[in-house]
Write a protein that binds this ligand. Sequence first.
Ligand code: EPZ
Length: 422
Amino acid sequence: MDLLQIEGGHKLSGSVQISGAKNAALPLLALSILSSLPIKISNVPNVADIRTFATLLSNLGATTKFENKTMYLDSTKINSTCANYDIVRKMRASILVLGPLLARFGQCEVSLPGGCAIGQRPIDLHLKALEQMGATIEIKQGYVVAKAQNGLKGATIVFDKITVTGSENIIMAAALAHGTTTLINVAKEPEVVQLCEVLANSGVHIEGIGGDELIIKGSSMKLLPIENIEVIPDRIEAGTYLCAGAITNSQITLTSIIPEHLTAITRKLVKMGFEIEEKKREITLKPAKQIQPFDVETTEYPGFPTDMQAQFMALATQANGTSVIDERLFENRFMHVSELVRMGAKIKLKGHSATVFGRSKLTAAEVMATDLRASSALVLAALVAKGKSRIHRIYHLDRGYEDLEGKLAKLGAKIERLRSES
Ligand code: EPZ
């Protein structure tokens, strides 16, 4: 198993190009199921989750080719409607095939994803919405068995909670349904907006893109002529590199980004004393005279993202004072705390709140990655810890960060990928 070795204490400098967003690319890959034509998706990050999703589609009968960050998909050939446990257990986002498969074929079986490191993560809202659209749903031997023989029907659906993949699943289902679907309290994340824009460009009538309420006119099961797509930049990868610049108090520039998608993150950094310079597709972070502590609460977009909580916790260890971080979306997303403490961080956990007492002199340690974003927090801490840290189980990082060590090394970090003996 690979591990990362990082020697801390080096400033960063220069620029880094941000990849396409994993969480935007995944629903777009699922969307191919609704396409009447082979499709080409560019700016797809070469990360494990994308490769896993492509395998899922090819297990269903699609043909896939991934080269030079471009995914070529022909899902017109799909001849199976079963997403099996072996693949769904590897990646929860596999649930994104549920809405499209059911809408196109009138039936499907998708393994239930189960819990994961960051919390229980139910899919009840996905299922309830599909039932409201006329599907019958049963759970059999760990599978969601969904049927809507004559197709899904438009409905008015109020999401009790904002759910990103839940919204995406139902948006795709509604695009092929009979009649009009109204979605209330829908997610507004840029990744959801891109999915809606692609559908709109393919002739689907959608009102309210980017807002809390969407009205979608379905095609009555007619497949859609989906246009070529370019995936939006990854705002969480970008936020993680901003934190790398911030924790080492360096000047770095990010290119190929959309600054407006990063507002909640850059505002926080400015409050902490960093200077942010924005251009059309670029951001430069400049060092702070003194890093100030902060309070933050994770919430849905356009609020502060839960996917940046762990990275900001690493950053809080270097602030001059006490920061409070409230995690509101996932009940168990503090797995990085005990590993940060092993590196010398002073963090007190109470319920969904973490109090971080800065500034701590971090020291290198052997640490264990537990989920994707928790792992990136350990990388950030290692950049300032005295000595050589080793981060194990980095397959978590490989799920969502493209060439992390290459990009950090280009910025001047002393980072190496090693093979562990065990
Ligand atoms: C998406 O997960 C992202 N994944 C996550 O990215 C991200 O952390 C999360 O949204 C929140 O922003 C992808 O886009 C592939 P949710 P998702 O449904 O859709 C509760 C990363 O590191 N809920 O918006 O699974 C749920 O338990 C990750 O890239 C229900 O109760 O998250 C949570 O508390 C991991 N019932 C809240 O809603 C449901 O049916 C938000 O979850 C669905 C969700």
